[in-house]
Design a protein around this ligand. Structure first.
Ligand code: NAD
Length: 494
């Protein structure tokens, strides 16, 4: 059955003059039509968010009421968990097990986390200085535009939306035009939760067509963007027109270090997850794996052996361990990267092709791929592939390993596999990245901030620090001079 979704503006679902087909990447079939926002719809969405912030109750209601609204959204997600997981998998191609056990419950937990902590996170403080008190209070930023990519549509939207709302902002949220379905389903949950009109507006459309109108508008105070670097740079330009607060979560070229004393089975299994989960379409994918030379051959053998056993399947198949890529365009890009790497001297150990199985023929599938002998002379060493391609290289000394890991314009994440706890922590300090996992990969916590450095962007999501990004700090200074008047007041006074 064909699904149909409308825009969500000022608390109401609305049609528009044009619609856009949404494709199921497992089969290439159209699964939904979604209304496309016109320039007028974008204007209306911003105007609604502005009015809800300036004149509406949301920034002014009690923190207890705000908490209850967010808890209702969390419960709404849990009540519809099965439906949301199915939609997410149909639309993104990620195996249903991942949506069911990771994306959807984690999204609900993010709303719960910010609901339960917003009062603590908004704590004000007072600095007592000579003859004065400086009272520091946290206020919402105002109208926040949230722009979300296609790899974790519901989860990344929830990270942004829960923190922005908990801080008292009103928002215009734009999912990727490839994957809007779960986020538009979230709009229904927001409406059922009874949030005041205009607090949440969700629009759909191509970023190239509506992005500038959305981001350069004077009525918008902040943009929280997650996506690639090309678009990220455009957003920086738009934001510069009116000087806006930004969170930029951009691309990555993260690396794993596997030391000779590592628990090999753990390192192999963890590294498989770090590059093949979600078909490798993760900003934190460990697309470069550096293995100490003593265990290099054994690591490659075990890693390749297990890679070959990964079961590809349609996203709705509970047995599938890897689904299709998001689009034909993405698949072509990945094929090109693998071909170029081979021409530049990398060795193809396994995969590297479109699978031949009959049931996968119509989808955008690509075999999990292992390349070895990847060196800094190759493009694939430096550029984000965003697909299931593991590049494995060896190192001989730890200094060499750190140099290789840090040889990147990105600085998002890293993993270290070793039994030496102290050594691991020392290496973690030397790796240029915003998040380092030791003997694990991909653990995100609502309590702990996440975000990269260098061209991986700036600002944090999650945790207290991530929450504070959606606030502004006001300093109120109160004169406390006793028995005299502050001299500044009399500078020109007589
Ligand atoms: P993308 O940059 O193509 O698109 C991201 C979003 O921006 C989409 O909603 C898109 O519609 C919108 N957009 C496109 N052009 C725009 C414009 N001119 N103005 C405003 N918005 C515009 O990224 P993608 O292909 O959806 O996602 C993959 C990228 O996202 C990868 O580079 C990945 O590393 C990155 N990513 C980063 C993180 C992180 O936390 N650092 C997390 C997930 C994904």
């Amino acid at each position: 059955m064909m699904l149909y979704y409308q825009l969500f503006i000022n608390g109401e679902f609305r049609d528009s003059a044009h619609e856009h087909n949404i494709i199921n990447p497992s089969t290439g079939e159209v699964i939904a039509d979604v209304a496309i926002a016109s320039p007028k719809d974008v204007d209306l969405a911003i105007e609604s968010a502005r009015a809800a912030f300036d004149n509406g109750p949301w920034p002014r209601i009690s923190l207890k009421e705000r908490k209850d609204f967010l808890l209702r959204i969390a419960q709404g997600i849990l009540d519809k968990a099965g439906e949301l997981a199915k939609l997410e998998s149909l639309n993104t191609g990620k195996p249903i097990k991942e949506s069911t056990f990771m994306d959807v419950p984690s999204s609900a937990r993010t709303f719960e986390h910010f609901a339960n902590n917003l009062e603590k996170y908004l704590n004000s403080s007072t600095i007592k200085v000579d003859n004065a008190h400086s009272h520091l209070i946290r206020e919402p930023q105002g109208v926040v535009v949230l722009i979300v990519p296609w790899n974790y549509p519901l989860l990344i939207a929830s990270w942004k939306l829960a923190a922005a709302l908990a801080a008292g902002n009103t928002v215009v949220l734009k999912p990727s035009s490839l994957t809007p379905l779960s986020v538009l389903e979230l709009a229904k949950i927001v409406q059922e939760a009874g949030l005041p009109k205009g607090v949440v507006n969700i629009i759909h459309g191509s970023g190239a067509k509506i992005g500038e109108a959305l981001c350069a508008d004077k009525r918008v105070d902040m943009i929280s963007f997650t996506g690639g670097n090309t678009v990220g740079r455009q957003i920086l330009e738009y934001a510069s027109k009116n000087v806006k607060k930004l969170i930029m979560e951009l691309g990555g070229k993260s690396a794993s270090l596997v030391l000779k004393d590592a628990d090999l089975e753990l390192a192999v299994n963890g590294s498989l997850c770090s590059i093949f989960l979600n078909q490798g379409q993760m900003c934190t994918a460990m697309s470069r794996i550096f293995v100490e030379d003593d265990i290099y051959d054994k690591f490659i053998n075990d890693f390749t052996d297990k890679t070959k056993r990964i079961k590809l399947g349609l996203a709705m198949d509970y047995e599938a361990q890897m689904g299709p890529l998001i689009s034909e365009e993405q698949r072509k890009k990945i094929c090109r990267y693998v071909q170029d790497a081979k021409i530049q001297g990398a060795k193809l150990v396994c995969g590297g092709k479109i699978p031949e199985a009959h049931n996968l023929k119509k989808g955008f599938f690509f075999e999990p791929t292992v390349l070895s002998e990847v060196s800094p002379k190759m493009n694939i060493f430096h550029e984000e592939v965003f697909g299931p391609v593991a590049c494995i290289s060896k190192f001989s000394t730890l200094d060499e390993a750190i140099e290789l890991v840090n040889m990147s314009d990105f600085a998002l994440a890293g993993s270290i596999w070793t039994k030496g706890d102290i050594l691991a922590q020392d290496l973690a300090k030397k790796i240029n990245a915003g998040i380092i996992w030791i003997n694990t990969y991909g653990m995100f916590y609502n309590e702990a901030p996440y975000g990269g450095f260098k061209q991986s962007g700036f600002g944090k999501e999650l945790g207290h620090e991530g929450f504070l990004e959606y606030t502004r700090l006001k300093n109120i200074i109160i004169d406390k001079t006793e028995n005299s008047k502050p001299i500044i007041n009399y500078w020109y006074g007589f």
